[in-house]
Design a protein around this ligand. Structure first.
Ligand SMILES: [Zn+2]
Length: 508
């Protein structure tokens, strides 16, 4: 869960809209030469527009995700990025490369030359050349002006639709589809707003440009293939973990591949592109050891600043709160909300920050956010914190619908909403004692909580004789640790690593 509240109006969506608005004022756009193809294309964004809008959205991305505080890694990624950008089709742009402090497995770019890698994706890449492949692909989106093309298309389609009040969406979805689906939909909406989705042709073009730029800085373009393979394996692993934990397969809303349609045709196309560059080239070493040494010590998985799960406990140091789930319940920590779901997956306590300016006290917040037609509020304290429980009804399609939630003021002064969600009213009723128990665990971070909220760290080490099974014994991951270590080291589906070779490991 993030402390930033930009969630209510996701940043890039806002960026896209402001670009469209600007374009609408200017008329139908002007002819521009595409730097990659050399072709004329109609565009609502000039290069100056791209740079200005990119710079604006850049600040919001930094605020929303947070920058990884590690100069060694930032400088390293920037160096590789600048080398690639200098030999790209738009070397006159001022390029900015940033590693974001996010466990999401993602990379993306904004118009004007802003490229982002998450520490999450870096944990799964296996060499400098792999990293360069991902960066090259993102540079390709910028050099081929894919963002500007999207803005132009959006204006053409008059496509305007801001993400609405998500709490409303959660409440409205009540009663239909089950809580799992609700959670998926809400998460999907948020993800769709954050990072632009490109078309299939644009993805293939970015793959091709990534391979071309790799070759220009003297890395084997076939590393693009490695990257796609590792990320495909990551998707397969996520499905395996879900199965092991007895929950539905993830939809992959936030991953790099989810925004980049992957299939065999794409792999085949990269293979073809790579083959073009292969002839009579002496490529540089892929920089595996160097890469592993650079990322040694990097945080892995959730961070205390964004909230982390340890067993049944959830800790959030920035928002200064902790909660404990009932036995068997699952904690799902997303950008916008924390969801504590029952084993059957049909009931949950959904924890969100109340929107800013929602009201001066709990009653006002309930009135403004929930808009009830009837109901009853009850005040009490939760571990010394002020709370108000509300049980009532809202007007919904097809009549009134029950709504139940608690507003609590956290130790840091922010107001939280804890929504009692379920497939139907009977399900909420059946789970009420657990929902109340969960709510009752809401507390400010104690010294003990702070001590327990230690992040995991990536370490490089020599693979022991017993292989990944041996390494997994000391890894802190609870589900399929051996598989996860294999995945992180590029040998999940095929391949082996010899004992003694340097590999990535996760430690507490
Ligand atoms: Zn892409």
């Amino acid at each position: 869960m993030k402390n930033a509240l930009t969630f209510w109006t996701p940043s890039t969506k806002k960026w896209a809209l402001s670009a469209i608005a600007a374009a609408a004022l200017m008329g139908c756009g002007t002819q521009t030469v595409n730097p990659v193809t050399g072709q004329q294309e109609r565009s609502v964004m000039s290069e100056a527009d791209e740079v200005r809008e990119g710079a604006k959205a850049h600040q919001e991305i930094l605020k929303e995700y947070g920058v990884l505080k590690n100069d060694r890694i930032q400088n390293y990624v920037n160096d590789i990025g600048q080398r690639l950008a200098k030999l790209s089709h738009r070397n006159q742009l001022k390029w900015t490369f940033t590693v974001l402090d996010s466990p999401e497995i993602n990379a993306f770019a904004l118009p004007g030359g802003y490229v982002y890698m998450t520490r999450g994706i870096m944990a799964y890449l296996d060499s400098e050349a792999d990293l360069a492949g991902v960066i090259g692909h993102e540079i390709g989106h910028v050099t081929a002006r894919h963002g500007a093309q999207r803005a132009t298309r959006q204006q053409d389609a008059a496509l305007v639709g801001l993400l609405g009040n998500v709490l409303g969406a959660v409440l409205d979805a009540k009663g239909g589809g089950g809580i799992g689906q609700q959670i998926g939909e809400v998460a999907g909406m948020a993800a769709a707003g954050r990072v632009a989705k490109y078309g299939r042709e644009q993805e293939l073009q970015a793959d091709g440009l990534g391979a071309e730029y790799l070759s220009r800085v003297n890395y084997d373009p076939r590393n693009m293939i490695d990257v796609i393979r590792v990320l495909k394996d990551q998707e397969r692993f996520a499905v395996e973990v879900a199965r092991a934990e007895g929950r539905p397969a993830p939809q992959g809303g936030n991953s790099w591949l989810a925004s980049h349609p992957s299939n065999d045709q794409r792999l085949e196309s990269i293979n073809k592109i790579a083959a073009q560059y292969q002839a009579n080239k002496n490529y540089a070493d892929e920089g595996r050891i160097r890469y592993l040494q650079i990322i040694d010590g990097m945080a892995f998985g959730e961070s205390p600043e964004q909230g982390l799960t340890r067993g049944r406990n959830f800790y959030h140091s920035t928002l200064n709160f902790a909660m404990t789930a009932p036995t068997g319940w699952r904690i799902v920590n997303e950008e916008e909300q924390l969801t504590i779901v029952n084993p059957a997956g049909d009931a949950a306590l959904i924890v969100q920050l109340a929107p800013p300016n929602a009201g001066r006290n709990h009653e006002e917040i309930i009135r403004n956010v929930v808009k009830p037609v009837s109901g009853r509020a009850e005040r009490y304290t939760l571990n010394g914190l002020q709370a108000t429980h509300f049980n009532g009804a809202v007007q919904a399609q097809g009549g009134q619908r029950a709504v139940e939630l608690t507003v609590a003021t956290g130790a840091g002064g922010q107001n939280f909403l804890m929504i009692y969600a379920g497939k139907d009213a009977a399900t909420v009723q059946r789970n009420r004692s657990f929902l109340r128990e969960t709510e009752g665990s809401f507390r400010g971070m104690s010294a003990q909580d702070t001590a327990a909220a230690k992040p995991w760290v990536l370490r490089t080490t020599a693979l022991p004789r017993g292989g990944f099974a041996d390494l997994a014994r000391t890894a802190p991951m609870t589900t399929l640790p051996e598989q996860q270590l294999k995945l992180m080291n590029g040998v999940y589906s095929t391949g082996t690593v010899q004992p003694g070779a340097l590999v990535k490991m996760v430690v507490q």
